[in-house]
Design a protein around this ligand. Structure first.
Ligand code: LLP
Length: 417
């Protein structure tokens, strides 16, 4: 059963009515289903069983410590992009030997922290980063395990802001330069070449570009092996999409089969960096309708969540389903833009939605488990929402609601200095 579902006219998450959760914890609130998290992880594990990949969950999708700890306990590794994310995975009890470090702008300090933690691999994104890593590792008496993040120049056919594998994107090392840079890496004393990496974009609804990217990488791996450079692992990044609305998605088993055929006999460990597909549909943003503003041209449902809580609609015009927590069949349905209280016209969560609602009602903004809370801000001096994990009929606060004191602390301490 879907973790978020109606029983009669009430929307539930696992075995709890969302109305009860709102009464207990207030709104806006991010609510997650633990069973949905586990289920998404298990689907990967089942589909890819015969490849036995190392799943390195992309922490940026949702970096809540309790969620990281849940995945760590399931045996997951992590893909991090900052020293902050490294600190999070270590605090959550992750095994550093299952951590890969991506990102175009790793600082010296971040390199030192990751070297000292003995992570599995640095996904290096430029020649200058490679040279710096070699120097930094030498200085502290370490050898850095590296992959090059290769830009395979394939079109991921997704939103341009979340497409990363084209020549025009800032990510990775140009395909044609990779062989030469691997050879330079081989000659550097404080680096140890362990793999190859790519990540072509996010919310992919077709696996074909991922398979094209893999084929490009395999071509390169053959050239590397002729040049005497053998790799231990191949990291194909993340990117598999989820259903926000009516998207058809790649079949995981068919994708796994395509990978299996290509990797057979190569002796390469497969690494994947899924983010959204592990958490996206496991969470909702729960919000309360403050005002119905009915007009001649347009109706607005002003809710207590806003673009600071969920940026995706404003930033990418992303669609998130919006469901009433109580279905009111006797009420007339109206067409509304669901908007927040922030002073920006781009502060909307959904446009032109058909809803039968009245003031005080609760709404669930769906599929908010990924890139929801992690992209939240304090704009308009709004405190960050509480986050609650549900398991069966049990709730657990996994991030308490930010208080104004916390929000103002770093500025108050500077007043009158
Ligand atoms: N690996 C790397 C190196 C990445 O940059 C990303 C995401 C992932 C893995 C995970 O990709 P996923 O499996 O989640 O698609 N804020 C945007 C998404 C940005 C994705 C950035 N990179 C959104 O809300 O749609």
């Amino acid at each position: 059963m879907n973790a978020i579902h109606y029983r009669e006219d009430d929307l539930y998450i696992e075995d709890l009515p969302l109305s009860e959760i709102a009464a207990q914890f207030g709104t806006p609130a991010y609510i997650y289903s633990e069973a949905a998290l586990t289920g998404a992880f298990e689907s990967y594990r089942a589909a890819f069983a015969n490849l036995d990949p190392l799943l390195c969950y992309a922490v940026k999708a949702n970096s809540n410590l309790s969620i990281l700890r849940h995945f760590a306990r399931l045996g997951c590794g992590f893909d991090i992009v900052s020293g902050g994310e490294l600190a999070r995975v270590l605090a959550a009890g992750a095994d550093a030997r299952k951590v890969v470090f991506s990102g175009v702008g790793k600082s010296e300090q971040e390199m030192i922290e990751a070297l000292n933690a003995d992570i599995k691999c640095f996904n290096v994104e430029s020649l200058n980063e490679l040279l710096k890593l070699n120097t930094v590792a030498g200085r502290i008496g370490k050898t850095a395990p590296i992959s090059l993040r290769v830009n395979p120049d394939v079109d991921a056919q997704t939103h341009p802001y979340i497409s990363t594998g084209l020549k025009d994107n800032k990510f990775g090392i140009a395909y044609d330069a990779a062989l030469d840079i691997y050879q330079q890496a081989k000659s550097l004393p404080h680096l140890h070449i362990v793999g190859i990496d790519c990540h072509i974009g996010s919310q992919l609804t077709d696996a074909a570009p991922l398979i094209d990217a893999l084929d490009r990488l395999l071509g390169l791996i053959d050239q590397l092996s002729s040049a005497g450079i053998a790799l231990h692992h191949l990291d194909i990044g993340g990117g598999l999409g989820i259903r926000y609305r009516d998207e058809t998605l790649p079949d995981l088993s068919a994708f796994a089969q395509a990978l299996s055929e290509r990797l057979q006999g190569r002796g390469l460990q497969l690494v994947m960096e899924p983010g959204r597909s592990l958490v996206g549909n496991a969470g909702i943003l729960l919000t309360r309708l403050e005002y119905l503003k009915l007009g001649e041209h347009k109706n607005f449902a002003v809710v207590d969540a806003a673009m600071n809580d969920l940026m995706r609609p404003s930033l990418y015009s992303a669609y998130h389903g919006i469901l009433p927590v109580t279905r009111r069949e006797h009420l007339a349905t109206i067409t509304v833009d669901v908007v927040g209280p922030i002073c920006e016209s781009s502060d909307f969560l959904g446009k032109d939605r058909q809803l039968a609602i009245m003031e005080g009602d609760l709404l669930a903004v769906m599929s908010c488990g990924a890139y929801g809370s992690t992209m939240a801000s304090n704009y308009n001096t709004r405190t960050r929402a509480i986050e609650v994990m549900v398991s069966g009929d049990q709730t657990r606060v996994i991030r308490s609601r930010e208080t104004l004191d916390e929000l103002l602390a770093n500025e108050k301490s500077c007043l009158d200095k």
